[in-house]
Design a protein around this ligand. Structure first.
Ligand SMILES: [Zn+2]
Length: 147
């Protein structure tokens, strides 16, 4: 299988483009081989305030879209590295959590229990991604220190 490729959108602010490309290429190994293209875009108006970046993966079309927001742009290289690792970890894990969410929506009829199940999955999933991202960033920092 070919490695996934990146398409960096023209919307990404020019002064961080080199940094974004460098970080994405460094952590390409997190992206599974079934992804053909990772689109990286800039989102001027995030869905909610405080949002730094977001990722949508469509396994059927073998692609992911990573959207970086103004808070991402304002961060330094170290912060951007942590955010990209976090977003990339959403890619290999997306099919599993999407499946769990679909089953919950299809099987659970009681709306309040359905909401509770979806909220619980979302919280545990996000926490797991945060933990993995922290471990990977710390490991990467140790490796860069020994280069
Ligand atoms: Zn996340």
């Amino acid at each position: 299988m070919a490695k996934p490729s990146f398409i960096f959108d023209e919307s990404i602010p020019h002064d961080i483009l080199a940094s974004v490309k460098r970080i994405c290429r460094r952590f390409l190994w997190i992206v599974p081989a079934w992804v053909e293209v990772v689109y990286v875009k800039f989102e001027m108006q995030p869905d909610h305030s405080g949002q730094i970046a977001t990722t949508t993966t469509t396994r059927a079309y073998r692609n992911s879209v990573v959207r970086v927001c103004p808070l991402f742009v304002a961060d330094n290289e170290e912060g951007r590295r942590a955010h990209i690792v976090h977003e990339f970890l959403h890619i290999p894990t997306a099919p599993t959590v999407d499946c769990a969410n679909r089953i919950i929506r299809d099987v659970i009829k009681d709306d309040s229990f359905k909401k509770h199940a979806l909220d619980t999955i979302a919280e545990l999933y996000e926490g797991a991604v945060c933990d993995l991202a922290r471990s990977i960033v710390e490991f990467d920092e140790r490796m860069r220190g020994s280069e």
